[in-house]
Design a protein around this ligand. Structure first.
Ligand code: FBP
Length: 333
């Protein structure tokens, strides 16, 4: 039994470390994990259920909505709606924030999530995921507003993700290191499998959609030339791109690497969303010893201009993120 360190046991143990802890946060994380277990179950059976393909509707991002996007969005909202410590929710799939049923006025926490990341990979059985972040409200006793969410990433008090791949893994941080838990389907529990994740010193791979190269600016071309040069320290640095942000970042976190979706001549702000993708993953990667930038600023210092603001994202090993930033500075002076 001793080796069965489940996520809930782990949180209870950690709760003891925090003086004055009420248990609210532990309950919140356990419920987020519950929602992701259910999403994992549906993803694993997707081919057998009528959940593949698109709904025909378009979301606030201007993207075709998939049936699994809707299902996972509803699952997370359903679970969070009844938690008295959660005041409001912001989802990548929803135009506006949602005030919760149970914690609308008294709730201290604000939750952002990308219910299903990697929608282009859903129907082809490639790894997809869910990304989340937790913030504390500065003021309770009133309805939360969009402005409560549009704040710097450094204000997050926890963030993480779940990858639905060959196994389902829940990886998160509360600002004191990063831990990974693998879902044991026999027990139905996330079990600690990757304690204290640290990004390895060297980048063994780089991840980008090279199909966008025609729109890339000179700093990105210079970056790719360096990573692909075969010269030390990139003698063995390969291109690896799953096309699911959370899966590419997860691989790089475990094996060392850098992911980038830069701004380019066609999309100066890139593609990825600040609140649901960049902020939470930057929080986790920094806690694991890596870095995240938009080429100029630390992603955690970025204050989004709106709920669905996008940002260029360079994330992974610190040396490579710094290299990209220096190339930006050099080419734009
Ligand atoms: P969503 O699937 O949540 O919309 O996320 C965007 C995303 O799919 C990322 O997961 C991924 O890194 C990127 O877009 C892939 O974009 P592209 O198809 O342009 O390479």
């Amino acid at each position: 039994m001793a080796d069965l360190m489940t996520l809930s046991r782990y949180n209870l143990q950690r709760k003891r470390d925090y003086e004055g802890a009420t248990g609210d946060f532990t309950l919140l994380i356990n419920h987020l994990a519950l929602a992701m277990k259910v999403v994992s179950r549906e993803v694993a059976r997707a081919g057998l259920l009528d959940v593949l393909g698109k709904t025909g509707a378009e979301n606030v991002q201007g993207e075709q909505v998939t049936k699994l996007d809707v299902l996972s969005n509803e699952m997370l909202i359903e679970v969070l709606n009844d938690l008295p410590m959660v005041a409001a929710i912001a989802s990548e799939e929803d135009e506006e924030i949602r005030l919760t049923r149970a914690g609308r006025l008294s709730g201290r926490y604000l939750i952002c999530f990308d219910p299903l990341d990697g929608s282009s990979n859903i129907d082809v059985n490639a790894t997809i995921g869910t990304i989340f972040s937790v913030r504390k409200r500065h003021e309770i006793g009133r309805d939360a507003t969009e402005a409560d969410f549009c704040r710097a990433g450094s204000e997050q008090i926890a963030a993480g993700y779940c990858v639905y791949g060959s196994s389902t893994m829940f990886v998160y941080s509360t600002g004191d290191g990063v831990d990974g838990f693998t879902l044991d389907p026999n027990v139905g529990e996330f079990v600690l499998s990757h304690p204290d994740i640290r990004i390895p010193a060297s980048a063994t791979c780089w991840s980008a959609n090279v199909g966008n190269a025609r729109n890339w600016r000179q700093e990105t071309h210079a970056f790719v030339r360096t990573l692909g040069s075969g010269e030390a320290p990139y003698a063995k640095c390969s291109l690896r791109y799953i096309g699911t942000l959370v899966a590419d970042v997860h691989r790089n976190l475990l094996q060392g690497g850098v992911f980038f979706y830069p701004g380019d001549t066609k999309a100066p702000n890139g593609k990825l969303r600040v609140l649901y993708e960049a902020h939470p993953l930057a929080y986790v990667v920094e806690q694991a010893g890596g870095k995240a930038s938009d080429g100029w600023r630390r992603i955690l210092d970025v204050v989004p201009s709106g709920l669905h603001a996008r940002t260029p994202l360079i994330i992974g090993n610190a040396r490579e993120v710094d290299l990209y930033a220096s190339l930006c500075a050099a080419s734009h002076g």
